[in-house]
Design a binder for this molecule. Structure first.
Ligand code: NAD
Length: 509
């Protein structure tokens, strides 16, 4: 087996402390517990993030609860105005946010800017909040009686987010939650927590009142405290499937509304009539972009019929173009993985894949840059059978598998039998087949000649099966529904003609 870089000597100095954000200010943790934050490109620890105790979570929720009545009462016009300001600030500071993402997550700077841009779309959608929370009105349902519906915020809502989109996934949650009039507690990933504190500062600068947006860092202790807290009305979670399932079950048991988005194993089907160059470009960018650490990454190519040899060759030819290196260097196309442990876990699929019958076309350990960074080069496994661990598991790294099948039906069956159902894509020149695939496939987000079909902000994002627990997709119209509850008013006003006071109406109507 090829050796990867050994652990570097830890930096003793220059380790930044990352604190909570409660009630509009940075609040150092008091639990005495913290977690390390690394620059994955160097492998050095750069920060230590405070981990909250149950009491600290409670204080944060109380702060959000106190801020709720005034925030909820703020007029829609004022909230809209604020959202336009937030939109402008995030846009202006896109580069600063992206630098933070690259320094703690490792993704290349251009990709980090792309992350902020996709998050911005959700903020822009929320600028239309007056239109989004409009109810219905039925006049004269019975004589003198009208019925109308309104949507109101829930109160304090919480978001628990993964490491792989430290700015965008929180935006999927806090933007619609705040726009709807809720106050918010964010528990970001402890692996790259700084973007959430930068966001908090930026929201304060935009004029969001203290206590409306709070950040509490931590691990299971903080998550459990949020899930069990009687004053938290709803929880949005994005992360791996086992934790999503746990958050859904534990949160709903405590009476909360929960949407919990889980892991994925996204298949990209390539039919014999596909444009092979287009499919190979797509497989490379969607398989290795952000080092494969995307829930919508293509991790499994399914080559149908005689396209397989041509496709594998076209992908192999493109691999040297994926320059692996520090995300701040302009020539880098792919950065490191999030931690050393994760990198080693991902790399282990190369040997295991081979032992279980796959052909290793490219071994990323051989092309990983030297030094202490958590790098792994691009890896390609061919002839991956559905029994292979590399097929069954969500690898979440730059190891792309190719499975060969004879027919469209076999390919479809693979996707539909998979326990996950986040994203999928089909590459073909035949519109009829594509339409049939869209009809048949049991997955929440489908791409037709588009490898990563993340919906635009005015549609909602969500998978099926083990990729989503709960019935509500995130952001877009379903996000607005999730963060509000309906109220229906039936009202009767006496006919003015019957008034005891003479209002000047004729008595005979
Ligand atoms: P993770 O499940 O390890 O962590 C997510 C959050 O849960 C973090 O805030 C973490 O602190 C918390 N957490 C971790 N272990 C916990 C425990 N035992 N009890 C309570 N809370 C716990 O996920 P990750 O590694 O940060 O992110 C990668 C995963 O997220 C992948 O599986 C990926 O597919 C998934 N993901 C899914 C989507 C989607 O939209 N479906 C989007 C992004 C990432």
């Amino acid at each position: 087996m090829t050796e990867l870089a050994p652990p570097p000597v830890q930096e003793e100095q220059g380790i930044r402390r990352i604190t909570h954000w409660i009630g509009g200010r940075a609040v150092p943790g008091e639990s005495g517990r913290s977690g390390p934050v690394y620059n994955p490109a160097t492998g050095r620890q750069t920060g230590a993030v405070d981990f909250a105790s149950a009491e600290e979570v409670d204080r944060t929720v109380q702060t959000a609860k106190e801020a709720f009545p005034a925030w909820r009462a703020l007029s829609l016009s004022r909230r809209t105005e604020l959202f336009f300001r937030i939109r402008d600030l995030v846009h202006e500071r896109r580069d600063e946010i992206a630098k933070i993402l690259t320094s703690e997550h490792g993704k290349v700077f251009s990709d980090a800017k792309g992350e902020v841009t996709r998050g911005l779309e959700v903020i822009e959608f929320c600028c239309g909040i007056p239109q989004l929370v409009k109810g219905g009105f039925s006049e004269q349902v019975s004589t003198g009686i009208d019925v109308y519906s309104i949507r109101q915020p829930l109160g304090v809502v919480a978001g628990i987010t993964p490491f792989n989109f430290p700015a965008m996934v929180p935006m999927w949650m806090w933007a619609p939650a705040l726009a709807c009039g809720n106050t918010f507690v964010l528990k970001p990933s402890e692996k790259d927590p700084s973007a959430s504190i930068y966001t908090a500062e930026l929201l304060r600068e935009a004029g969001v009142p203290d206590g409306v947006f709070n950040v509490v860092h931590g691990d299971k202790v903080a998550v459990d405290s949020v899930l069990e807290h009687p004053d938290v009305a709803a929880i949005s979670f994005v992360g791996s499937t086992p934790i999503a399932r746990y958050v859904y079950e534990h949160g709903t048991k405590h009476g909360k509304r929960v949407q919990a988005l889980g892991g994925a194993k996204n298949h990209m089907i390539v039919l014999p009539d596909a444009d092979v160059d287009m499919a190979a470009d797509a497989a490379v960018s969607a398989g290795y972009g952000s080092a494969g650490e995307r829930c919508m990454a293509v991790s499994q190519v399914v080559a149908v019929g005689d396209v397989a040899d041509r496709l594998v060759e076209a992908i192999r030819e493109r691999l040297p173009q994926v320059k692996v290196g520090d995300g701040m260097k302009p020539e880098s196309e792919m950065g490191p993985l999030i931690t050393r442990e994760h990198r080693d876990r991902v790399a282990a699929y190369i040997d295991r894949g081979r032992e279980q019958g796959a052909t290793v076309v490219a071994d990323g350990r051989e092309t990983a840059p030297d030094g202490g960074g958590f790098f792994l080069g691009v890896s390609l496994l061919d002839h991956v059978s559905p029994e292979n661990d590399a097929y069954k598991d969500e690898i979440f790294g730059p190891v792309l598998g190719v499975t060969r099948v004879e027919t469209y039906d076999e390919a479809l069956r693979l996707v539909n039998d998979n326990p996950y159902g986040n994203g999928t894509a089909i590459f073909t020149r035949d519109g009829g087949v594509a339409r049939r695939f869209q009809f048949d496939v049991q997955v929440g987000m489908v791409g037709i000649n588009v490898p990563i079909p993340v919906p635009v902000a005015y549609y909602s994002f969500g998978g099926w099966k083990a990729s989503l627990f709960g019935d509500s997709h995130i952001y877009g119209p379903e996000g607005i529904n999730f963060y509000t509850r309906g109220k229906v008013v039936t009202s009767r006003w006496p006919d003015p003609a019957t008034s005891k006071v003479d209002l000047g109406f004729p008595q005979t109507r």
